[in-house]
Each structure stands twice: as C-alpha cells, then as structure tokens.
Design a protein around this ligand. Structure first.
Ligand SMILES: C[S@@+](CC[C@H](N)C(=O)[O-])C[C@H]1O[C@@H](n2cnc3c(N)ncnc32)[C@H](O)[C@@H]1O
Length: 327
C-alpha cells in the first residue's frame, strides 16, 4: 500500500478517516499494518501490501481461485492481443488523454486485465476486488507506480465519496447477490463532471437459453476445487466438439451454443494453446459463480438516469454496457 492512498481511504462502516498503526515498510510501501478509524473502534489489516476490508472467506472465493490460477491469461501484455484494451475503450468511450493522471476506480478488478489498460494510459488506478484476486492483480501490475490495490466490497466501498473522475466495473455486477444495490454503490464514488461505465449479462432470450443455466444449479454448489478438476478433464473434449460443430455450414454457430464451454474460436485471434486455456478459465467462470443475474437494457438505463447521470448510453459491446456523465 502506498501512503498516498490514505487521502481517499475511509472506514467502510463509519466513513471516518483511517490512520496507520504499527506499519512495516518494504521499499517505501506499507507491507503490513492496521488501519484504524478516528474513534479507534474499527480496525482493518494491511496484509502483503493490500488493505483488506472483507472477511477472509466469502461468496467470491471461486473468483479468488480462478484469478490466481489464471493470473495472466487475459492480460493483453501476456496474450499478445489487445482484447481487453479493445473492450475497455469500446465500453467506456473514454480516451487516453481523458484518464491520464486522473483517479480511476476499477470495481471487481479480478486479475487486473482492465486496470492494466488504464495504467498504461497513465491513470492513477485503484483496483478493488472482494476476493483474493487482488493478490493476482498486485503481482501482475506492481511495476506500475500509479497502481493501488484494495480488497473491499462493492456494498461498502472504503473510499471518500466523489473521489474518482472515472469509475468502471466490467464483468462484475451480475455476479453480486443484489445487482441493483451493487450498481447503486457506484454513482456516489464519481466526482462531479466524472464518468461511470458498467456492463452486464444481457437479459434476453438468447442469454437465458445458454446451456450453462442447465448446469449451474448443480455446479455452483460443488466444491470449487472439485469443479475445477472436473473441468480440467472435460473442457478439452468439449472444446473440440464445439469447434467441430462450429464448422457445420450456417447452423454450426448456433448449434455449438448447446455445448457448455467457452469457445473463442474465430472470436479472438488466439492460438490453440490459448483457446484451451481461455476455455477452461471462462467455463469455470460460467459454472462456478454463486450469482449470475442478467439485466435488461431498460433496467440499467433507469438505474443510470435515476442516479442523476446524463448522456446515458446503453449498447452492446461484448456485454450490455451502460455509461453516463455525472452532472
Ligand atoms: C467475472 S470476474 C471479472 C473480473 C474482471 N473485471 C475481468 O473482467 O477480468 C467478477 C469479479 O467480481 C468480483 N466481485 C464479486 N462480488 C464483488 C463485490 N461484492 N465487491 C467487489 N468485487 C466483487 C469477483 O471477486 C470477481 O473477481
């Protein structure tokens, strides 16, 4: 943790400022300490350079496991393709000059695929996640001097209100237990004149017919290690089947959706090894999460407009995106 972060860190329960107690430093960074509220009643640990505001084990443990196992897979700097960058710029509509030097909040950062894009643009990025994914994110991106990583909960964000010129949350909100309440936590973080962008699984027939929903009632309750080992064995064959079906003229691209596997053949320019790795990662990502709640375009537009944002746009860019400007 960098000391600079204390300016905007707040106690998630009382909103009070936090002070450092018994800090241990390494190379100018706080490696371990206690963050203590002004009245001394609330204490949060800093462990392995990361302030931690959540219980050690929680409903997002599957994501902690996933992002530590596939720490680098979806980082553009590792895949060699601008897949995350394209999605980030397309969804947000921001550009490098907008965010350079600005405070940017990434809610649900995972292993940091989008934080990497914002950091490369020169933003001061706070990457927050509920799960142990934060450790993967810090390991991936610690060489960026403008990076801050926090383990926290969208439902009680540990920051001073209106601290961020840009807030985004990509691939996250549908995986929280109450999506409306999770969205509602974000507008308050945006500074006046700032921008908010989030995306969602799109609630439409095509999404709801996805074969993952047949299996999720079982797989989301399985011990996550067991599910992962099962998928390690089955995903290569499922991927091959999906690729074969995908080659059937005309009908193939529709029929392959019956196979519960994340098949990016022809979608991203990945080689065979990468296709297998992404298939295992994203099939686990489809079947493991406790929550998976798609949203309609009307609902998310209402949420953004209802929070007092203007220039609200809803469109498809990978997922269903909503973005807006805070007046
Ligand atoms: C599908 S992953 C997406 C990660 C990253 N945004 C990406 O696209 O690679 C969803 C992330 O949301 C995080 N998450 C779930 N509930 C959360 C909460 N209550 N607060 C913050 N993050 C949460 C999970 O831990 C997980 O890393």
């Amino acid at each position: 943790m960098k000391i600079e972060l204390l300016e905007i860190l707040r106690c998630p329960k009382t909103n009070q400022k936090l002070r450092l107690e018994v800090p241990e430093y390494l190379n100018g960074l706080v490696r371990s300490a206690w963050l203590v509220s002004e009245d001394g009643h609330q204490r949060y640990p800093v462990r392995e350079f990361i302030p931690r505001f959540v219980p050690e084990s929680n409903y997002a443990d599957n994501f902690g496991m996933q992002w530590n196992k596939f720490r680098q897979t979806q980082l553009d700097s590792y895949s060699g393709h601008p897949i995350s960058a394209n999605r980030f710029w397309q969804a947000t509509g921001w550009n490098v000059e907008d965010i350079a030097g600005k405070w940017v909040l990434d809610v649900g950062c995972g292993a940091g695929r989008f934080a990497e894009v914002a950091l490369q643009a020169g933003a001061k990025v706070v990457a927050l996640d509920y799960s142990r994914a934060v450790d993967a994110c810090l390991t991936n991106l610690r060489h960026y001097p403008n990076l801050h990583v926090v383990q926290g909960d969208i439902y009680s964000l540990p920051f001073l209100k209106a601290s961020f010129s840009f807030v985004y949350s990509l691939g996250v909100l549908q995986h929280t237990p109450d999506v409306a309440r999770a969205f509602a936590a974000l507008p308050g973080m945006v500074a006046e004149g700032g921008w908010l962008c989030t995306d969602f699984y799109w609630k439409r027939l095509r999404t709801l017919l996805h074969s993952k929903y047949l299996f999720r009632p079982i797989t989301k309750h399985m011990p996550q290690q067991q599910l992962f080992h099962f998928l390690e064995k089955t995903v290569p064959a499922l991927l091959k089947t999906s690729q074969l079906i995908g080659r059937i003229p005309l009908a193939g691209r529709y029929l392959k959706r019956l196979i519960p596997v994340a098949d990016y053949t022809g979608v991203y320019p990945l080689d065979e090894r990468q296709l297998r790795e992404w298939a295992l990662l994203d099939t686990f990502d489809m079947l493991g999460p406790q929550y998976d709640s798609p949203q309609s375009a009307t609902t998310i537009r209402q949420w953004m407009s209802g929070a007092g944002f203007n220039q609200v746009e809803v469109f498809q860019a990978n997922l269903l995106v909503v973005r807006g400007h805070k007046i």
